[in-house]
Design a protein around this ligand. Structure first.
Ligand SMILES: C[S@@+](CC[C@H](N)C(=O)[O-])C[C@H]1O[C@@H](n2cnc3c(N)ncnc32)[C@H](O)[C@@H]1O
Length: 386
């Protein structure tokens, strides 16, 4: 991991400036130099480990892709002509024209997008920039406002000249028939990218899909996952929360086989398309993967004794009943290693306590700071059965 640690090193003295820092609720740590922010995150995690009676591994390393300009997607709100995030002092949207957390391509897309005059008051919007700089927007408005937008026509025509547009909770795509806009089924395109060592792999999904927030920071995450799996040669993995395959592919690159477990049908559709579109020399990976759809927080039918390792990246609520069959298994049949990634350390520690009771020890822990200037962070933990 030496190369990785070098890559993830950062300037401790850097201090961001933002003219909205007293008003915008987006960032909480703007007043602190970047090194102090990273120390705070590390201390907070160590404190959580202590509170839950967990002995932490030797040290926790913070890996960072930089203290600003990381984000390639932005979720914000429209309220009475203002576009931005909520204010710190009251429940009202603060108009934001510039944000140093956005990648240059996303900032430029935001500036362009802000020129639109919306014919209604409220809505949620996601802007995204893909790995080749392609622009996307997801407009999540009330049905009545969607109808207004489809009938108004000009805004959508102008938007579609610039970007790929998705609309509503069902992520439909507006299509011009020659006389009117019709909403058609969701489409999968390349909106994110994962890594198999130094090789980027295009991931198909939707603008509205869950992805990690930053293409750049994601390279660090993929390198950690790939490195850990590589240290257990020829392992058979079971993955919880594969989503569109962001961790699946870095793991699959070095694993013997992988069973992906995921609840979201659209994410799995994206993963299937990604696998179908792999370059010819990577097509053999398809033979190593099995995909299962279901609610794996409720019940897992798979037998943990058939696996050498677990790769888990659950939602905020954690793993829940996914761990029940592991607890019921006799200790020597449990997989030798468990990789756990989470942006919600409170649920990670609860699950790690259960894993500790199953005989697993924390071996290595990294924080990947993919949310600089905020109190949020990603934890990557490697546990091994004693
Ligand atoms: C934090 S995301 C991780 C996605 C992916 N690993 C990535 O890096 O993009 C959590 C994933 O868990 C999935 N998920 C949530 N609840 C689930 C459940 N009950 N069973 C299986 N998967 C679930 C979500 O749909 C989502 O894809």
């Amino acid at each position: 991991m030496a190369k990785l640690l070098k890559k993830g090193s950062f300037n401790r003295e850097e201090q961001a400036s933002c003219r909205l820092h007293n008003l915008c609720s987006g960032c909480q740590y703007l007043d602190l130099p970047y090194g102090t922010q990273c120390d705070l995150k590390k201390d907070q995690l160590l404190q959580l480990f202590t509170e839950f009676g967990l002995s932490s591994p030797g040290s926790i390393q913070v890996l960072s892709a930089g203290s600003a300009s990381l984000r390639d997607r932005l979720d914000f709100s429209l309220e009475g002509g203002r576009l931005g995030l909520y204010r710190k002092d009251r429940r009202e949207v603060l108009d934001i024209s510039e944000c140093s957390q956005l990648s240059p391509a996303l900032q430029s897309w935001l500036s362009q997008f802000r020129k639109i005059k919306w014919p209604f008051q409220k809505g949620s919007i996601r802007l995204r920039v893909g790995p080749q700089g392609q622009k996307g927007v997801w407009l999540d408005f009330a049905n009545i406002d969607i109808k207004t937008l489809l009938d108004e026509k000009t805004i959508l025509h102008e938007l579609q000249k610039e970007a790929f547009v998705e609309i509503g909770q069902r992520r439909k795509v507006p299509v011009w028939t020659g006389s009117e806009f019709k909403l058609r089924d969701p489409e999968m395109h390349v909106w994110f990218q994962t890594w198999m060592n130094e090789r980027p792999v295009d991931l198909f999904c939707q603008v509205a899909s869950f992805t990690q927030p930053s293409l750049r920071a994601n390279k660090i995450i993929c390198d950690v996952i790939n490195g850990w799996v590589q240290s257990f040669p020829r392992s058979r993995l079971i993955e919880f929360g594969s989503g569109i395959g962001n961790l699946t592919l870095p793991a699959l690159a070095v694993a013997e086989s992988l069973t992906a477990c995921e609840i979201d049908a659209l994410s799995l559709e994206g993963l299937q398309k990604t696998l179908e579109n792999l370059p010819a020399d990577l097509q053999t990976l398809r033979k190593k993967i099995e995909i299962h759809r279901g609610d794996f927080q409720k019940k897992l039918m798979q037998d943990f004794s058939q696996f050498d390792g677990v790769l888990a990246n659950p939602p905020r609520s954690g793993l829940m009943n996914f761990l029940n069959p592991l607890e019921e298994l006799s200790p020597e049949k449990r997989p030798p290693f468990f990789i756990y990634m989470s942006c919600f350390p409170e649920s990670l520690v609860k699950d790690v306590v259960r894993l500790k009771n199953c005989g697993y020890d924390l071996e290595e822990v990294y924080i990947v700071d993919q949310f600089p200037q905020t109190s949020h962070y990603e934890v990557l933990a490697l546990l091994q059965r004693k």
